[in-house]
Design a binder for this molecule. Sequence first.
Ligand code: SF4
Ligand code: SF4
Length: 199
Amino acid sequence: MSNAYRNNFLREVTANVEEGEWVKMCMQCGVCSGSCPLGPHWEHPPQEIFMMIRAGKREEVLKSNSMWYCTSCYNCIARCPRGLPITHIMHGLAHYAKRLGMVPQNQQTAKFAQKFWDNLTKKGRVNELTLGLSLYFMNGFGEGVKTSLKMQGVGLGMLKTQRMDPLEILGGHGCKDVAGLQAALKKARQIEEAKAVKV
Ligand code: SF4
Ligand code: SF4
């Protein structure tokens, strides 16, 4: 539905996005956008995102790159006169866009987050070696080789100081109850899906 307005988008955000019920409280003062260290580089800084949600610009918001650039610095939250939890809403919007399959193609933060999540949830502990390698190679083999060569000093330093275990390549450690973790994650997914409101 390109460039189409959906008058119920605010209702959808309120129902499905973390802290989304706060969006209607924004008074459009612009303090958040002015306080955001990365705001000038965003296609749509936070105040604009809130205005677009209220204007029903569903596609433009959910397909935007902007909320993926939030670094959780909390400048905006500390300064918003209305006390909006802006950081959480930005992450909530990114998460909701991901659930709907609306993340822009090749979005680097989303790719990074997925790699991290997959690595962590496999055994309940991050395997630093395989995570590092998967991040180096996430944009293709050629770039992976280049990045690995560039970072080899750091990697060797970590191995020398035992900050990284080369045997992690074989799978690494997991938490005590991997099956229990998987069951808890499955249950959490079911609860989230059941909660999702179709608008
Ligand atoms: S600082 Fe708060 S009230 Fe002002 S535009 Fe940003 S979110 Fe809205
Ligand atoms: S928490 Fe995110 S949105 Fe808020 S100022 Fe920092 S980078 Fe910008």
